[in-house]
Design a protein. Structure first.
Length: 151
């Protein structure tokens, strides 16, 4: 007897934020039996800029979201076992496939788009006079990206 479980509940990140609204899930919920494959998709058809990469996150109840993988429009660089991703540039869609699903795959999954910044960034912020110090550490040997959002 295989167990039926809810693999996915999708929530669009930061509703009302124009950048966040540029990538949206194609399905709000997926139900699968243990051992089946699951395909989750997000569309970024309304996004007109250039993309640096697309990312997938997973969140368990009462836990913070955890990073799963990122994929460049040209292909996938890193991934955990049983997870693959693919970008369809023509349809402006990114897919996450989970093979042989297990009960612990039941979670909320988020997709995110990282835009490519263009233009002269030094002149864009020439009147900004803020000073901050940030110290980070990482216990794993990973690629680390630091995103700073100024508002």
């Amino acid at each position: 007897i295989s167990t039926l479980f809810n693999v996915l509940r999708f929530y669009s990140p930061l509703p009302g934020n124009t950048e966040a609204d540029t990538i949206k899930p194609l399905s709000l919920s997926e139900n699968r039996h243990v051992g089946e494959s699951v395909n989750l998709s997000c569309s970024y058809k309304d996004y007109t800029g250039n993309i640096q990469n697309l990312q997938w996150y997973r969140q368990y109840p009462r836990s913070k979201p955890e990073f799963l993988l990122y994929i460049f429009p040209q292909g996938l660089l890193n991934r955990p076992p049983r997870f693959t991703a693919e970008v369809n540039q023509e349809n402006k869609q990114v897919d996450l496939n989970i093979s042989s699903a297990v009960e612990t795959d039941s979670a909320i999954y988020y997709c995110a788009l990282v835009p490519t910044l263009t233009g002269n960034l030094t002149t864009s912020y020439k009147n900004l006079h803020l000073a901050s110090m940030l110290q980070c550490s990482c216990s794993q040997d990973l690629f680390i990206y630091l995103f700073i959002f100024l508002q």
